[in-house]
Every structure is written in structure tokens, then in C-alpha cells.
Design a protein around this ligand. Structure first.
Ligand code: OGA
Ligand code: CA
Ligand code: FE2
Length: 487
């Protein structure tokens, strides 16, 4: 069919589609005028289309030309590559040039295996376990001897309780903010129905005092305190108002809190990895640097190695290793370079490398409850009957569980990329915990790589410590005394 015939066919069939009777059709000569104008319209559209395509091609050509012209480091390049300067950033108070592009290892797809050389003459296989968070495992990352030595060094140093019974500070924060019961009630009432459901209270209580409450505990507390007068399992504002701020905590402490009711039940210690440390500890640090492809300075300035021991019955409920990042948040590790008035402080751990130092007889998996979920919904994490963050009860419902096997390492990114080669937002999917150990003991070690999402602050901090190191000519001494005072 020609264009003309097609056009004529279109005019013929259109009225009948509209349900007009055939006798209302336009007479013969008008049909040809119509089809001619239809043809013109089609041609005009056709030309506009061609012009659009050409314009698009020109746009793509010129914009990619600019991309090419702008220097940027290759993927996975060492981030200290000074030959690839980034374009100047928006001016703040004398911004430091941003010449670092943090590499991020590509996951490709779940199950993808890539070979990596971390120690001379040996090839390790690195398998992608999830993309959200970006998570990998490397069997045999540590040798048997290395595992044994790390456990022995930790034991020699002595391990302390990972969580004390009551955490201070949060009460003070509440007092400082001077919140009324109504304000607290409104903060907690996430679904805004004027009632506090069990899960709304649970989230609050865990954050506040570190005691891990189950829905049953809460009902027991309501009964003990006669808090839920109408007995419907919900607290309205009146019922909430009658409870004093620390009623839950006092009730639990009077009744006695078992270790198993805390957020974590383990012991830990820290092992320094700088100059003069045991060779095995230094080797592990070098290997982590190679694994993550990050600049040596960043790894050197990070926290020491944390060694953790869980006894039978030990656990660590689901948590983030790093806090969320807001403009008013300061990172613990860069506080030297932070504005003194910054109200919030959190640990900024870009990467977690977790090593299994022994194979556990029963339980003790590392669980990632929402790994590779299609969406992240904080509220649905705690439903009345299933609390996905509870690693004593619900590890079997986690999307992903990693079995502790001696020498294996897993590592993941706790933050997304900002799209410009630096640290971006916290990755909510990086939520994880240690399942309850049902048989035997579990030993793990954590190597956290600290990077401040505020590039300027990280850069200022690095400048500060390097100057101090020059002045005193003993870098490690300074790093050790200044960075991690809470350890
Ligand atoms: C941690 C942690 C998981 C585990 O120590 O921060 O999440 O399996 N550990 O022990
Ligand atoms: Ca509610
Ligand atoms: Fe953790």
C-alpha cells in the first residue's frame, strides 16, 4: 500500500469507527483534498522526527566530548592517582582540591566470582553475595596460623564486655532537648493513629537503653506497670503520659536484665596494627588495603582491628556499623578537624571487613535480613509477630546468612557512592547481625575503614595528622593517641 492509499484507507475507516452511518461520509473530491492534507501532515511529522534525531545525535556527540575532555580516573584505579584531578568543587572556606576518586569493587551479579591477588603467589576467589548491600566473601583470606595468632593476641590483651548493662547519655540527650510526653508520643507514633503499637515502642526502647525487648517482654512490662489500662495492647497518649521517662528501664533493672536481653552479648578487644605491631596484624592490614584498593593512608588512619568472642548463647541483633549521615553529623574519627559545635557524632565506617577466626559448631551465622530486597521499609522490619532484626529468633527469615568458616572474610560497603567518587548516603540494606551461637564459641574480627562522607573534613583531618606526625616524627604514636579515644 502507498502512503496515499494508506491515508485514504484511514479516512474511510475512521468515520465507521466513530459509529457514523455510511451516508454521512464526505463526497469524493473532498476525500482527495483530505488525503492530500493528511499526507502533508505525515510528511511534516516525519521531518520533525528526522530533525529531532539529528539534534539528539549532535547533543550526545558534544556532551560525551566534554566528558572525554574532563579528566577522571579509570575504574578501580588507586584513588591517590594524582594524574586525574577532578574539576573544582563549589567554593567553601578554602576548599582542598578534590583529587581522590574512591574505587568501589563491582559486584556484577550475585554468585559472580572474581580472582584476586592479595598475597604474592596466591590467588583468592572473591564471590559476590549481594548487590544491596555490595557484599563479597573470600574463603581462606586468613591462614589457620593467622587466625590462631589473632585469637591468642586478643586473649593476651584481655576482652571486655561489648555492652554494659545500661547505656548513659541518651537520657541526658532527651533532657537537653526538653521534650514533653506529647512530643515524644508524636515522635513514636509512626503511623499517626494516636496509639502506640508494640513495634513503635520497641524501636524506641532499643535505641534508648540498649535493652532488646521482645513483644512479650513489653506486654509483661505493661502488666507489671499497669500501663495499658484498657488492656488493648496499645498505649494512647493518656496511658503514655502516666509512665515516667525511665519507667521501662527501671522496671527491667528491678526485675534483672539477662545478657541475652541486650542488643549484643559478646566480649571484644582492639588490636593496634601500625608499626611495631605483631607481623600478622600488619600483614592483615596490608591485605585489606589490597582487597579494598583504597589508598594506604585511609586504611592506616582507620580503627584498629576489633576481635570479638561470643560464648554459647551469644548474639548481636541487627544493626548498622555506621550511623546515617546528616549535615550536622560529625564522624568520630575526624573529630579533630570538625567544627566544635557539631551536635551529633557517629562512627563513619565506609567498609566493614569481617573475618571468621574459627568455624562455629552451631549457629553464629552473620545475617543480612534485607539484603537484595526490592524495597526497604523500616516499619515492616518489626511486625508484632516477626522482628527481622532479632537474631536470636528470626535469623532463619533473613534474606542472607553467611556461615562462619575459619579464615573466611566477608566485606561490604556501609555507604553508597555519591556518584562523584566519594562516600554518599548510608546503605540501609547493610543492616546485619550475628545469629545466636547454639554450640561452641565464635571468634570474629572486624576491620573498619573509616572515611568521612564530608570530603573536606576528611582531607583537613588527614592534613592535620600528617603535620602532627611530621612535627613529632612519630606518626603511629599520634594516630594511636588521637583517633579512637573511646576504644
Ligand atoms: C559486628 C558484627 C557480626 C557477626 O561485630 O559489628 O556485626 O557475625 N558482627 O559477629
Ligand atoms: Ca501508632
Ligand atoms: Fe556489625
Amino acid at each position: 500500500m502507498t502512503d496515499k492509499e494508506e491515508a485514504e484507507d484511514a479516512t474511510r475507516s475512521a468515520p465507521s469507527r466513530l459509529g457514523r452511518p455510511p451516508d454521512e461520509r464526505l463526497p469524493g473530491p473532498k476525500t482527495s483534498v483530505c488525503s492530500r492534507s493528511y499526507f502533508v501532515v505525515v510528511m511534516v511529522f516525519f521531518h520533525v522526527y528526522i530533525i529531532n534525531v539529528i539534534a539528539l545525535l549532535l547533543y550526545v556527540h558534544y556532551s560525551s566530548g566534554q566528558e572525554d575532555a574532563r579528566p577522571g580516573p579509570p575504574r578501580d584505579a588507586p584513588s591517590s592517582d594524582k594524574q586525574n584531578p577532578q574539576p573544582p568543587r563549589q567554593p567553601s572556606k578554602a576548599p582542598l582540591p578534590r583529587d581522590i576518586f574512591l574505587p568501589r569493587i563491582e559486584g556484577i551479579r550475585v554468585g559472580h566470582v572474581q580472582k584476586v591477588t592479595l598475597v604474592p603467589g596466591k590467588v583468592h576467589e572473591m564471590r559476590t553475595l549481594s548487590l544491596k548491600p555490595l557484599l563479597f566473601e573470600i574463603p581462606g583470606f586468613l591462614s589457620e596460623d593467622e587466625c590462631r595468632i589473632v585469637m591468642q593476641l586478643a586473649q593476651l590483651k584481655g576482652l571486655m564486655e561489648s555492652q554494659l548493662m545500661v547505656q548513659d547519655g541518651q537520657e541526658e540527650l532527651a533532657k537537653e532537648l526538653n521534650l514533653s510526653p506529647e512530643e515524644i508520643f508524636n515522635l513514636l507514633d509512626i503511623n499517626r493513629d494516636g496509639q502506640l503499637q508494640l513495634h513503635e515502642i520497641l524501636t524506641h526502647s532499643r535505641v534508648r537503653d540498649g535493652i532488646w525487648l521482645t513483644p512479650e517482654n513489653l506486654q509483661e512490662i505493661y502488666a507489671g506497670l499497669k500501663a495499658d489500662k484498657d488492656g488493648n495492647g496499645l498505649l494512647n497518649l493518656e496511658e503514655f503520659r502516666l509512665l515516667s521517662a525511665d519507667a521501662f528501664q527501671r522496671f527491667l533493672l528491678q526485675r534483672g536484665v539477662k545478657r541475652s536481653q541486650l542488643v549484643r552479648n559478646s566480649r571484644h578487644t582492639w588490636l593496634y596494627q601500625g608499626k611495631g605491631a605483631h607481623q600478622v596484624l600488619q600483614d592483615i592490614k596490608t591485605r585489606v588495603t589490597r582487597l579494598t584498593r583504597l589508598p594506604t593512608t585511609l586504611v592506616d588512619l582507620s580503627e584498629p582491628l576489633q576481635v570479638v568472642r561470643y560464648e554459647e548463647g551469644g548474639h548481636y541483633h541487627a544493626h548498622h556499623d555506621s550511623g546515617p549521615f546528616y549535615p550536622e553529623t560529625a564522624c568520630t574519627h575526624t573529630r579533630l578537624a570538625a567544627n566544635a559545635s557539631t551536635p551529633f557524632e557517629t562512627s563513619c565506617r565506609y567498609i566493614t571487613v569481617l573475618f571468621y577466626l574459627n568455624s562455629v559448631d552451631g549457629g553464629g551465622e552473620t545475617a543480612f535480613p534485607v539484603a537484595d530486597n526490592r524495597t526497604f521499609d523500616e516499619v515492616s522490619l518489626i511486625q508484632n509477630d516477626v522482628d527481622l532484626m532479632d537474631t536470636r529468633r528470626n535469623c532463619d527469615k533473613s534474606n542472607l546468612r553467611v556461615k562462619p568458616t575459619k579464615g573466611k572474610a566477608v566485606f561490604w560497603y556501609n555507604y553508597l557512592s555519591d556518584g562523584r567518587g566519594w562516600v554518599g548516603e548510608q546503605d540501609e540494606y547493610a543492616l546485619h547481625g550475628g545469629c545466636v551461637v547454639t554450640h561452641g564459641t565464635k571468634w570474629v574480627a572486624n576491620k573498619w575503614i573509616n572515611i568521612d562522607p564530608d570530603y573536606q573534613r576528611q582531607a583537613r583531618y588527614e592534613q592535620l595528622v600528617s603535620h602532627q606526625a611530621e612535627d613529632e616524627d612519630d606518626e603511629d604514636l599520634i594516630l594511636n593517641s588521637n583517633i579512637h579515644q573511646e576504644l
